[in-house]
Design a protein around this ligand. Structure first.
Ligand code: AQP
Length: 334
C-alpha cells in the first residue's frame, strides 16, 4: 500500500530550502496518499543537537509548528516526534547489522558533516543512515519526499531493505522505497555561495531565508544575495557557469510554481535589482503567512504537545506489527 514518510531534524529554524525541497511537497502529497511526518529528534543528537536538552525540546515544538503552519494537517497526517516511538531505535539496531561498513563509508553527508576531524564525530552521525532507513521501513513507507541531498541515503534504504529481504528469505517484506524529489526547489543553494546548499548549520544567517524571518529580513537577504555583475540571461543556457543567478531564478520558479524557463523569459536581459525586488515580494508573500501561523501555534505549547502525543500513538500502532514481525524474522522471539 502506498504510504508517505518524511522527517526533518529539530536542529535550528527551518529555512527556504527545507520548505521548497521537502515541506511544500509534503503538503501536496496529503491529497494523494496517507502520510506520516516526523520530527527526527534522535537524528538531531548525532551532531549539533547534542548536549542541549532544553533547546532540543523547544526545537521539536518549533519544527512541529512549522509543519502545521506550512499546511501539514494533523487530522489527516500522522505528526509526531521520533523518540516517542521506540520501534525506530529497535529496527535501526537490526539495520546496523544488515548494512555493511563499506556502504556507510560511501555516505557523502557524513563526510561533509564530520569535516576534517572525522575521529571526533559521534558514532551516531556515522550510523545516521541506518536510523533513517528504520524511520522509513518501520512503517513500510513506499514514498519519501525529500530534497536532492537525501538521494544517497534513500539508495542505502533500498539496499538495506533488499539485503534484509534476501538474507532472511522474506521476499517483499520491506518495500523498495521511492524517493519523491519534485519541483524546482529540490536543491536550493546558499545566498552567499552558489556552490553550497542552503543549510541550517551554515554560520552565516545571510546565507539562508528562515521560515521565521520577517519581511524586512527576507528583503534584505535577497537584496544582498550574491550575484555576478552581468544582467539576467536571455535564455536558460545563459545560466551555465552562473550558479548564483541560477539559484535565484530557481527559487523564483519554485515559489511561483512555474518553470525556470518561464522565469528566464520573463526577466530576460534585465538587471538583478528589479528582479530581486520582485523575488523579495514573492518570498515574503509565501513565507510571512507561515511565520505568522507558526508564532500563533507556539503560543499554545500544550496543544502542540497533545498533537505530537496523539501522533506518536498512531505511529506506534502502525509500526507495532512491522517491528514485531521483523524481530521474529531475525530470531528474537523470546
Ligand atoms: N538546500 C536545500 N534545498 C532543498 N532541500 C533541502 N533540504 C535541506 N536543505 C535543502 C531538505 O530538507 C529536509 C530536511 O532534512 P534535515 O532536517 O535532515 O536537514 P539536512 O538535510 O541535514 O539539511 P539542513 O536542513 O540544511 O540541515 P543541516 O545544516 O544540518 O545540514 C530534507 O528532505 C532535505 O533534503
Amino acid at each position: 500500500q502506498p504510504l508517505v514518510f518524511s522527517g526533518m531534524q529539530p536542529t535550528n529554524t527551518l529555512h527556504l530550502g527545507n520548505y521548497l525541497g521537502a515541506l511544500k511537497n509534503w503538503v501536496k502529497l496529503q491529497d494523494k496518499m496517507p502520510c506520516i511526518y516526523c520530527v527526527v529528534d534522535m537524528h538531531a543528537i548525532t551532531a549539533v543537537g547534542y548536549g542541549k536538552p532544553e533547546e532540543l525540546r523547544t526545537a521539536v515544538r518549533e519544527v512541529a509548528a512549522a509543519y502545521i503552519a506550512a499546511g501539514v494537517d494533523p487530522s489527516r497526517s500522522v505528526l509526531f516526534a521520533q523518540s516517542a516511538v521506540p520501534a525506530h531505535a529497535e529496527l535501526a539496531w537490526i539495520f546496523n547489522c544488515v548494512a555493511r561498513l563499506g556502504w556507510a563509508d560511501r555516505m557523502t553527508q557524513f563526510k561533509e558533516k564530520a569535516g576534517k576531524h572525522k575521529e571526533r564525530a559521534s558514532v551516531g552521525l556515522y550510523t545516521y543512515p541506518m536510523l533513517m532507513a528504520a524511520d522509513i521501513l518501520v512503517y513500510k513507507a513506499t514514498h519519501v519526499p525529500v530534497g536532492e541531498d537525501q538521494k544517497q541515503h534513500l539508495e542505502l534504504t533500498r539496499d538495506v531493505a533488499q539485503k534484509f529481504n534476501n538474507d532472511f528469505n522474506v521476499p517483499d517484506f520491506f518495500p523498495l522505497t521511492e524517493p519523491v524529489i519534485m519541483g524546482a526547489g529540490t536543491r536550493v543553494m546558499s545566498l552567499r555561495d552558489g556552490s553550497k546548499k542552503m543549510s541550517k548549520s551554515d554560520d552565516s544567517d545571510m546565507s539562508r531565508i528562515n521560515l521565521t524571518d520577517d519581511a524586512d529580513a527576507v528583503a534584505q537577504k535577497i537584496r544582498k544575495a550574491r550575484t555576478d555583475p552581468n544582467p539576467l540571461p536571455e535564455d536558460e543556457k545563459g545560466l551555465e557557469g552562473r550558479p548564483e543567478a541560477d539559484n535565484l531564478i530557481n527559487i523564483f520558479a519554485a515559489l511561483s510554481d512555474t518553470s525556470k524557463a518561464e522565469v528566464v523569459a520573463r526577466f530576460a536581459g534585465q538587471q538583478f535589482s528589479g528582479f530581486k525586488n520582485e523575488l523579495a515580494d514573492l518570498a515574503v508573500a509565501k513565507i510571512a503567512p507561515i511565520a505568522t501561523r507558526m508564532r500563533e501555534l507556539l503560543t499554545d505549547p500544550v496543544e502542540l504537545d497533545r498533537i505530537l502525543k496523539d501522533g506518536a500513538e498512531k505511529a506506534a500502532a502502525i509500526a507495532a506489527p512491522v517491528i514485531a514481525e521483523a524481530k521474529k524474522i531475525v530470531g528474537f522471539s523470546h
